[in-house]
Design a protein around this ligand. Structure first.
Ligand code: CO
Length: 132
């Protein structure tokens, strides 16, 4: 079952350049930067109440985020929905013909488990399922 939105992720070319804006102009509480080798990205998190904003920057040329930036430029990359039980959610999606990109949940930032759903399945929006 989906509990709510955990975060909205924005792909950026340089986190270092963007952090100041989100922290000082928008006034969001900066929670820190983390490199997630498994996802080939560096992420910065900001707390803005019930949900967070995640900035993501690729750390390699073959990162999916590099490909995204080349194709679309900076912008909203995914919406992360929080679930209680990621494996049962994936199974349920499978039954309903939703295209799950990684059937086996992977390690995300902040010690979470994540799986991604193909944008084709939900109106062109990449969905991340996240279990804390
Ligand atoms: Co995310």
């Amino acid at each position: 079952m989906i509990k709510g939105i955990d975060h909205i992720a924005i792909a950026v070319k340089s986190i270092d350049k963007e952090v100041e804006k989100y922290r000082d102009i928008l006034g969001f509480k900066f929670l820190g930067i983390e490199v997630v080798e498994e996802q080939k990205v560096k992420v910065a998190f900001f707390d803005i109440g019930r949900i967070s904003i995640e900035l993501i920057e690729p750390i390699s040329e073959d990162s999916p985020v590099s490909i995204f930036l080349k194709k679309k430029g900076e912008g909203i990359h995914h919406i992360a929905y929080e679930v209680d039980d990621i494996k049962s959610q994936i199974e349920e999606f499978e039954k309903k013909d939703i295209k799950v990109l990684n059937m086996e949940p992977e390690r995300g930032s902040r010690n979470t488990l994540v799986s991604f759903i193909h944008p084709r399945s939900f109106s062109g929006v990449l969905i991340e399922l996240i279990q804390k």
